[in-house]
Design a protein around this ligand. Structure first.
Ligand SMILES: Nc1ncnc2c1ncn2[C@@H]1O[C@H](COP(=O)(O)OP(=O)(O)OP(=O)(O)O)[C@@H](O)[C@H]1O
Ligand SMILES: O=c1ccn([C@@H]2O[C@H](COP(=O)(O)O)[C@@H](O)[C@H]2O)c(=O)[nH]1
Length: 245
C-alpha cells in the first residue's frame, strides 16, 4: 500500500476546543486554527471522508459555570453555543483552503447552520464535503466527546480520532501526575474500570457498545492527524478485546 494511502474510508475527528487557545487562556488563537485547518485539508485531499466535532472548552464549559452557581442546564446550553462558534471559525479556515464544508447543528439555528440530519450528513460526506457537527448532542449534561461517539456511530465512521491536549491515555491524569504512564493500547473496559478520565464514560461506553475504535493523540503536534489516518502508530488505541497486562 502507498505510504500516503489512508487506511480508513470515513473518520470522525474530535478536536479539542481548548487546543484552539494555543498559548493563550481563552478563545481562538488565529494561528492555531489556521494550522489545524491546513492539516485537515491535507488529510482530506488523501481521499478520506471526514466529519468533525469540535469542543467548546476554550470558550465555555457548563460544569465550571455550574460550580460557580449557575443553573447547570443553562450553562450547558451556553457551552453548546460555544461549540457553534468554534465550528464556524473552523469552517471559515477550511473554506479559505478550498475545502467544501457544511456545519450541521444539533440545536436549530437555521440562519447559521444546517440542522443535523443524519442522511444528509452522510450524503455530504459521499460528495467529498467535510461535515462539522456543532452544538454537541443538543442536550445538556453531555459532552462533545459523547457527541463525537454518537455521530461516529450514526454515520458509520470506521474510527473516532480524539485529537486533544495530551498525547494519549495514561494510567492517571498526566497533567496532574508526572509519573503517569502512557498506554499504547487499552481496552474500553480498562478505561471504565480504572476510571481514566481522558474521555467521559458515556462516550467510552457508546464506543464499546458499537465496536468503534478510538485513537487518542495530541493535537499540538503538527502532522499527527495525517499519521493516524495513514496508519502510523500515534497516541493510544482504545478498543475492545482482552485487557492488556
Ligand atoms: N488517564 C488519563 N489519560 C490522559 N489524559 C487524562 C487522563 N485523565 C484525565 N486526563 C485529562 O483529560 C484531558 C483531555 O480531555 P478533555 O475532555 O479535558 O479535553 P478535550 O475534550 O480534548 O477538550 P475540550 O473539552 O476543550 O474540547 C487532558 O487535559 C488530561 O489532563
Ligand atoms: O452534548 C453536549 C455537548 C456539550 N455540552 C456543553 O458544552 C460544553 C463544551 O463542550 P466540551 O465537550 O466540554 O468541549 C460542555 O462543557 C457542556 O457544558 C453539552 O451540554 N452537551
Amino acid at each position: 500500500m502507498a505510504k500516503d494511502a489512508p487506511i480508513y474510508r470515513r473518520v470522525l475527528l474530535k478536536l479539542s476546543g481548548e487546543a484552539l487557545m494555543g498559548d493563550g487562556n481563552y478563545g481562538i488563537e488565529p494561528r492555531v486554527i489556521e494550522e489545524i485547518a491546513e492539516e485537515i485539508a491535507q488529510v482530506h485531499r488523501l481521499g478520506v471522508e471526514m466529519a468533525l466535532v469540535i469542543g467548546g472548552g476554550n470558550i465555555f464549559r457548563g460544569v465550571s459555570a455550574a460550580s460557580q452557581g449557575m443553573d447547570r442546564a443553562t450553562a450547558d446550553y451556553m457551552g453548546m453555543l460555544a461549540t457553534v462558534m468554534n465550528a464556524l471559525a473552523l469552517q471559515q479556515a477550511l473554506e479559505r483552503r478550498g475545502v467544501t464544508t457544511r456545519v450541521q447543528s444539533a440545536i436549530d439555528m437555521k440562519e447559521v447552520a444546517e440542522p443535523y440530519i443524519r442522511r444528509r450528513a452522510i450524503r455530504h460526506l459521499e460528495k467529498g464535503r467535510i461535515v462539522i457537527f456543532a452544538a454537541g448532542t443538543g442536550l445538556p449534561f453531555f459532552t462533545t466527546d459523547t457527541a463525537a461517539a454518537l455521530r461516529a456511530v450514526e454515520i458509520g465512521a470506521s474510527v473516532l480520532l480524539k485529537a486533544t491536549k495530551v498525547d494519549g491515555v495514561y494510567d492517571s491524569d498526566p497533567m496532574k501526575d508526572a509519573g503517569a504512564r502512557k498506554y499504547d493500547r487499552v481496552t474500553f473496559s480498562e478505561v471504565l474500570q480504572k476510571n481514566l478520565k481522558v474521555m467521559d464514560a458515556t462516550a467510552i461506553s457508546m464506543a464499546r457498545d458499537h465496536n468503534l475504535p478510538v485513537i487518542v493523540f495530541s493535537l499540538r503536534k503538527r502532522g499527527n492527524i495525517h499519521k493516524v489516518v495513514v496508519g502510523q502508530t500515534v497516541g493510544t488505541l482504545v478498543e475492545g478485546g482482552a485487557d492488556a497486562e
